[in-house]
Design a protein. Structure first.
Length: 153
């Protein structure tokens, strides 16, 4: 079974460092501001909490289903707000396997999709940046410098 605590704790640490001033900042997903992405991540967290509370049936739940809001959402929020984001390599590997393009899948092109066509990552890119690239995000994308907000001059 995958332990989602490290990924969700890393995302929670990024969220805890946010202020109201960050909410209007852009994210690597142009259709989302930081505030919009927070709403999205919260919705995923609630859905996973509800799913975890269900009594399993006679079928075994998949052990390859990470919280899709954890590493990608944490990375998006961290990049938008100038923070660092670190996730366990094994969590990232599971995300790449389960969220990356599947055989025969044709992903859309563009920056306004949750999971776009993979883009290139630098040779020295870390695991989380490689995940971002697999999901079609630009691993080099940077938002606000650390400590900046939408109202800073």
């Amino acid at each position: 079974m995958i332990d989602l605590r490290p990924a969700t704790q890393a995302t929670a640490a990024v969220i805890a460092a946010l202020s109201d001033d960050h909410l209007a900042l852009p994210t690597p997903r142009p259709e989302y501001s930081v505030g919009d992405l927070l709403d999205h991540v919260e919705g995923l967290a609630l859905a996973f909490t509800d799913a975890a509370a269900e009594t399993p049936s006679t079928t075994t739940p998949s052990t390859k289903t990470p919280s899709t809001g954890a590493p990608p959402g944490g990375w998006d929020l961290a990049r938008a707000t100038g923070q660092d984001f670190h996730a366990d390599d094994s969590d990232v590997a599971v995300c790449i396997e389960t969220m990356g393009p599947q055989p025969g899948e044709e992903r859309p092109v563009g920056t306004d999709v949750a999971f776009g066509r993979p883009v290139e990552a630098a040779d020295d890119a870390g695991p989380v940046d490689r995940l971002a690239a697999v999901l079609g995000r630009d691993p080099a994308w940077r938002g606000a410098p650390a400590g900046c907000s939408s109202t800073s001059s």
